[in-house]
Design a binder for this molecule. Structure first.
Ligand code: ATP
Ligand code: MG
Length: 142
């Protein structure tokens, strides 16, 4: 059965370019509820842990440097089929390939500076939500 939550991060470039409000408007219009939310700056070591699945990729260092380059906004989003529907809403990793109307098409600068993260499986969503949030930080029961 598909899960009902996913983890998103508004990445440093989109925060810097003042797209927090525009992006969350799209997220709420698409039927997601914000269940927890915070701003923070990731230490390089934290970004390494968060993206450790990509440890051996050629772009790993660039990814870690970018994700720790400035403040981000992390949030837990709730909706039926959250992971799949959110990946659809954000669009392809490379904004040049993302469909019209998707968040990355609208707000991303490039493949490496692509505005937003979305969990890619229910298992990763669970782990990523726990990476950023403790129980008492939720706006609603979960
Ligand atoms: P995210 O995990 O941030 O939601 P994604 O799931 O669409 O993105 P992944 O394959 O998990 O894509 O890659 C993680 C991130 O690494 C991408 O969002 C992008 O910023 C960066 N990245 C991926 N592929 C490349 C690449 N070929 N060159 C540069 N950066 C890349
Ligand atoms: Mg990913």
């Amino acid at each position: 059965m598909a899960g009902n939550k996913t983890l998103t991060i508004i990445k440093p470039g989109a925060v810097k370019n003042r797209h927090i409000g525009g992006i969350f408007a799209k997220i709420e219009e698409a039927g997601f509820r914000v269940s927890a939310i915070k701003s923070l700056k990731l230490a390089p070591a934290e970004a390494e842990v968060f993206y450790s699945i990509h440890r051996d990729k050629p772009f790993f260092q660039e990814l870690v440097d970018f994700m720790s380059s400035g403040p981000v906004v992390a949030a837990v989003l709730k909706k039926e089929d959250a992971v799949e529907d959110f990946r659809e809403l954000i669009g392809s990793t490379d904004p040049a390939e993302a469909k019209e109307g998707t968040i990355r098409k609208l707000f991303a600068e490039s493949k490496s500076h692509n505005a937003i993260h979305g969990s890619d499986s229910d298992e990763n969503a669970e782990n990523e939500c726990n990476f950023f949030f403790s129980k008492k930080e939720y706006l609603e029961k979960h």
